[in-house]
Ligand binder design. Structure first.
Ligand code: IPM
Ligand code: MG
Length: 368
């Protein structure tokens, strides 16, 4: 079986971290795995080359691929690009056109890094939570939207938060199913005290729970309280399911608990086609393009490498290989390898490529 991968490195540190993933792909190939790898431009890089943040041929490749590995997009260079051509628009289009409604954002605190968190080590040590963010609905895509000019010269901006029962039920199912493979707990975060969409969210999550997932422990939490509880006592959570906008905010907060946003992967998944078994998927590090350190060889490639491990697990059912990569990462952290973003006194500071090499060396050892 040959898996079709599309690499979209993008902007800023995206190409540097995806280059390290390519070395891991090459390593797996020497062990007998088969991938056919295509590449294309996305974000500012695509805008510079084609005048659009993602070209139609690139979109077609993404639709055809078994999985997309995405780096990062954006940077000050494109701050004045037209709004619909901004680098981030490519990511939103990929999510929408590929139907990637389920965004999985684990926040795991590696033991070696528990002192790097802004929170006390005892609060984050052993932390392993999963944010399941709805990714193709809500205020990100709701209509009407836009800025209009009023007769009196004032301007008025509108965005629309909108959810249907179907959208809520399918993301709830993803969260409950994932919880069953973990600690069997789901917290659903919304604002039913202020928003109708929050009220429907709460009712529909409750419905799906009662109808299909009574064995899973469900709690409801207001999104603002969830933000607070995440810094007060994050280990109370297992899976958090929430909408697109709250998920955007809460997942950044959760990421920071772990000590480095440079460490965290994510997966965005579509529906599995009953007939073909195909499930569209995109994997990306959550750190973004970090233009301030781009091109300097300082970026931490671990989030991208762990995103590839998620790809192996969720898209290709290569569980053994995914475990191996995750163990290799834990090992090099234990061995003291640190990029600048996670550097600690007495550890060994390395650049992007050296970190990649350390992962490969650990893979060699673990596979021997
Ligand atoms: C994320 C990012 C994106 C989002 C941006 C880049 C459009 O913040 O993936 O969390 O808001 O969804
Ligand atoms: Mg975000």
């Amino acid at each position: 079986m040959t898996f079709k991968l599309l690499l979209l490195p993008g902007d800023g540190i995206g190409p540097e971290v995806i280059a390290e993933v390519e070395r891991v792909i090459a390593w797996l190939t020497t062990k007998g795995a088969r991938f056919s790898v295509e590449r294309d431009l996305v974000g500012g890089a695509a805008f510079d080359a084609h005048g659009t943040p993602i070209s139609e041929p690139a979109m077609k490749k993404a639709l055809d691929a078994d999985a997309v590995l995405f780096g990062a997009v954006g940077g000050p260079k494109w701050a004045n690009a037209p709004y619909d051509k901004r680098p981030e628009a490519a990511l939103l289009r990929l999510r929408k056109d590929l139907g990637l409604f389920a965004n999985l954002r684990p926040a795991i605190c590696f033991d070696a890094l528990k002192d790097s968190s802004a929170l006390k080590p005892e609060i984050v040590s052993g932390l392993d939570i999963l944010i399941v963010r709805e990714l193709t609905g809500g205020v990100y895509f709701g209509e009407p939207r836009g800025i209009t000019k009023l007769p009196d010269g004032e301007r008025r901006a509108v965005d629309t938060q909108v959810y249907t029962t179907g959208e809520i039920r399918r993301i709830a199912r993803v969260a409950f199913e994932l919880a069953r493979k973990r600690r069997n707990k789901v917290a659903s975060a919304e604002k039913h005290n202020v928003m109708h969409s929050g009220l429907l969210w709460k009712e529909e999550v409750t419905y799906v729970h009662g109808a299909e997932f009574k064995d899973v422990e469900l709690s409801h939490i207001l999104a603002d309280n969830c933000a607070m509880q995440l810094v007060r006592n994050p280990k109370q959570f297992d899976v958090i399911v929430t909408d697109n906008l709250f998920g955007d905010v809460l997942s950044d907060e959760a990421a920071m608990l772990t000590g480095s946003i440079g460490m965290l992967p994510s997966a965005s998944l579509g529906n599995r086609d009953e007939k073909t078994g195909k499930q569209r998927a995109l994997y990306e590090p959550i750190h973004g393009s970090a233009p301030d350190i781009a091109g300097k060889g300082l970026a931490n490639p671990i989030a991208a490498i762990l995103s590839f491990a998620m790809c192996l697990r969720y898209s290709f059912a290569m569980m053994k290989e995914a475990d191996l990569i995750e163990r290799a990462v834990a090992k090099i952290l234990d061995d003291g390898y640190r990029t600048k973003d996670i550097m600690q006194a007495g550890k060994r500071e390395v650049g992007t490529q050296e970190m990649g090499s350390a992962v490969l060396a650990a893979l060699d050892k673990l596979a021997a």
